[in-house]
Write a protein that binds this ligand. Structure first.
Ligand code: ARG
Length: 472
């Protein structure tokens, strides 16, 4: 803002040059402050200029403006784009938003023809178009970030297809699983995130431009042409819906929230795994911090911050749902509040994805700690029960009960299941033979779980290859 325009803004004297025809004086300073969106919607400049170029080209093709005026508009818009890209553009709050900032600069550059650009459109269809284009690009960027995290997880899974760790339910040791299998679980979640974003991207890809303020326009416009020029599949079918629809922003935030939830769960596991009680993994200095008072500490701050920052993304979804839920058709200025939550969520999610990818590549598992932990929890009790069913024909419910009694013996003796002597087991069930010990080791347990999607190392190796083919 120049000093002169700043003074005017404070005094609130001049009517707006683009829409102020019926206004005697300008807005109060506080009105300007609450009304202006240029502070954040300048992020849409490239989309705004692309939309205007498509619109002007169509207007000329339809004979609505002259080819000469169109040429002037296109070259003027190129100049505006260059000025913004090179940081030579001065955004002003007097011009409220990105649309008016671009148009008023265009007028300074090319004069009268600039006034013809806004024929047969409104800022309502303009902003819906710009924002859709931006969200579409954001989905494409995120897809790459998600794929990079999947690649990191798949790499690490490939490295550890048979490293045994406790699998938990209720955060209690349940059955042994492999570290590779555990990591591949997140690859699936991220695959669904990518699919959700692809769905949302396909759904948003209808062009609002030409819906004008809300009712369409009397000019003989060609909406198919502008839609195609901007890479949309088709124009939107209903003008009222087109200017008041923000489902694409909500879809974005919903998909981002679910994705963030996955990242937060992984972050929570990393935090747990790094504790001195678990010690399943170690992060290097690159992804941890020390304590200023406790010299022994190595804190997994990046994981904690991923877990926490996801709260903002979920908050953004809630915030925009609440903005939208009370709005009658068609456009209301409330909808200007759609952009900041999406921009913020996008920045946050990209940061969380990058930090998570970094941690996955950085971590070193501790096989001995994992084994100690898994051995402590009678993790092969289910294998014992299954052996009673398969080898002795005992009904599963009874096998469960018999196994429970043997677990109790081991607990009392302070040993693992494999160390309970045969005669003690036979006292619980006379049919038990030596062969039972074959299923009580951790290796036997994971090796036996060969069902599709199971944790057997052979399965995990195949799942790694399948994941590469599906996702990378
Ligand atoms: N800056 C506005 C927004 O982001 C552009 C649309 C303004 N439309 C209007 N009728 N005032 O929503």
């Amino acid at each position: 803002m120049t000093e002169k325009t700043a003074q005017k803004a404070a005094a609130g004297t001049d009517a707006n040059a683009l829409w102020g025809g019926r206004f005697g004086s300008g807005p109060a300073a506080i009105m300007q402050q609450i009304n202006a969106s240029i502070g954040f919607d300048q992020k849409l400049w490239a989309q705004d200029i692309a939309g205007s170029k498509a619109h002007a080209t169509m207007l000329a093709a339809q004979g609505i403006i002259s080819v000469g005026d169109c040429d002037a508009i296109l070259s003027g818009l190129d100049q505006v784009a260059a000025e913004i890209a090179e940081g030579r553009f001065t955004f002003t709050v007097e011009n409220e938003d990105i649309h008016m900032n671009v148009e008023s600069r265009l007028k300074e550059i090319i004069g009268e023809p600039a006034g013809r650009l806004h024929t047969a459109r409104s800022r309502n269809d303009q902003v819906a178009t710009d924002f859709k284009l931006w969200v579409r690009d954001a989905f494409d960027r995120l897809d790459k970030d998600l794929q990079a995290l999947q690649a990191a997880l798949i790499d690490r899974a490939e490295q550890f297809p048979d490293l045994i760790m406790p699998g938990f339910t209720h955060l209690q040791t349940a059955q042994p699983v492999t570290f590779g299998h555990h990591l591949l679980a997140y690859v699936e979640m991220l695959g669904r995130d990518r699919a959700r974003m692809r769905d949302a991207r396909a759904r948003l890809n209808e062009c609002p431009l030409g819906s004008a303020a809300l009712a369409g326009t009397p000019y003989p416009i060609d909406r198919d042409a502008t839609a195609a020029a901007l890479g949309f599949d088709r124009p939107t079918a209903n003008s009222l819906d087109a200017v008041s629809d923000r489902d694409f922003a909500l879809d974005y935030l919903a998909a981002a929230s679910i994705c963030g939830t996955h990242l937060s769960r992984l972050a929570e596991e990393i935090v747990i795994w790094c504790t001195s009680q678990f010690r399943f993994i170690r992060l290097t200095d690159a992804f941890t911090t020390g304590s200023s008072i406790m010299p022994q500490k190595r804190n997994p701050d990046a994981a904690e911050l991923v877990r926490a920052k996801v709260g903002r993304v979920i908050g953004a979804l809630n915030g925009l749902l609440i903005v939208m839920k009370g709005l009658p058709l068609a456009y209301s200025k409330d909808m200007q509040e759609d952009k900041e939550p999406v921009f913020m969520a996008d920045e946050t999610l990209a940061l969380c994805l990058a930090a998570t990818t970094g941690m996955i590549r950085d971590l070193t598992p501790d096989p001995a700690a994992m084994r100690r932990a898994v051995e402590a929890g009678f993790p092969t009790a289910t294998d014992l029960a299954d052996w009673l069913v398969r080898s002795l024909g005992v009904p599963f419910r009874d096998a469960h009960h018999i196994t429970g009694r043997i677990v109790k013996l081991a607990e009392e003796a302070g040993t693992g299941l494999a160390e309970v002597p045969l005669d003690k087991m036979q006292a619980v069930h006379a049919g038990i033979t030596d062969a039972v010990y074959g299923v009580l080791t951790l290796e036997a347990s994971v090796n036996s779980r060969t069902s599709f999607g199971g944790t057997a190392p052979s399965r995990v190796r195949a799942a790694v290859e399948a994941a590469k083919a599906r996702f990378l």
